[in-house]
Design a protein around this ligand. Structure first.
Ligand SMILES: [Zn+2]
Length: 179
């Protein structure tokens, strides 16, 4: 009981109220309202003189609100990046190669290479070919798919249809592989 009274008697323990409200010597308003006072410039001068630290805060706040060249620069950078990206995409040889390879006495398989140069997921592509031609199809190398069947000629229609970014002209017919 006595302890509690001691705590309550001193204003220092209740830090939450008026203490952090600073009144302006020019307009007599709390300083956060100064900017609404017609003579804000005079308030700032008073702040600079009497409360330099508060004045710094006001200055910083102002510059943050100000949409300076910063934003513009960022936007320009982003645009520049975009251009570089599209340029990069055009670089490098992009070509699909298809060929027929003999398997067994009468059978042949179709080998497709170069799909990954178009950022195509080989697993997805192999599955697609398997479903399209109703036959086995698997990824057999870093950028190679083997389709269990002679479907080479069909690929010139099927590939551009599935991936419009691949023009028929970008598919090279390597003919028959001989072993
Ligand atoms: Zn003021």
């Amino acid at each position: 009981m006595s302890e509690e009274n001691k705590l309550k008697s001193g204003p220092r323990d209740n830090v939450t109220y008026p203490i952090n409200v600073i009144y302006c010597g020019n307009c007599t308003m709390p300083i956060e309202y100064c900017e609404y006072y017609p003579e804000y410039e005079k308030c700032k001068q008073w702040l600079e003189k009497h409360l330099p630290t508060e004045f710094e805060k006001v200055k910083i706040g102002n510059s943050l609100e100000n949409p300076t060249g910063e934003e513009e620069k960022k936007r320009q950078k982003r645009g520049g990046k975009g251009i570089i990206k599209t340029k990069k995409k055009e670089e490098g040889p992009k070509q699909i190669c298809v060929s027929r390879a003999p398997r067994g006495k009468k059978k042949s398989v179709t080998v497709v290479t170069g799909l990954s140069t178009f950022d195509i997921d080989l697993k997805v592509a192999a599955k697609f070919f398997g479903q399209k031609f109703a036959c086995g199809s698997s990824v057999t190398g870093e950028d190679e798919i083997v389709i269990q069947g002679d479907v080479k000629d069909d690929l010139f229609d099927v590939i551009p249809e599935k991936w419009p970014e691949i023009d028929e002209d970008l598919i090279e017919d390597l003919g028959d592989q001989k072993r």
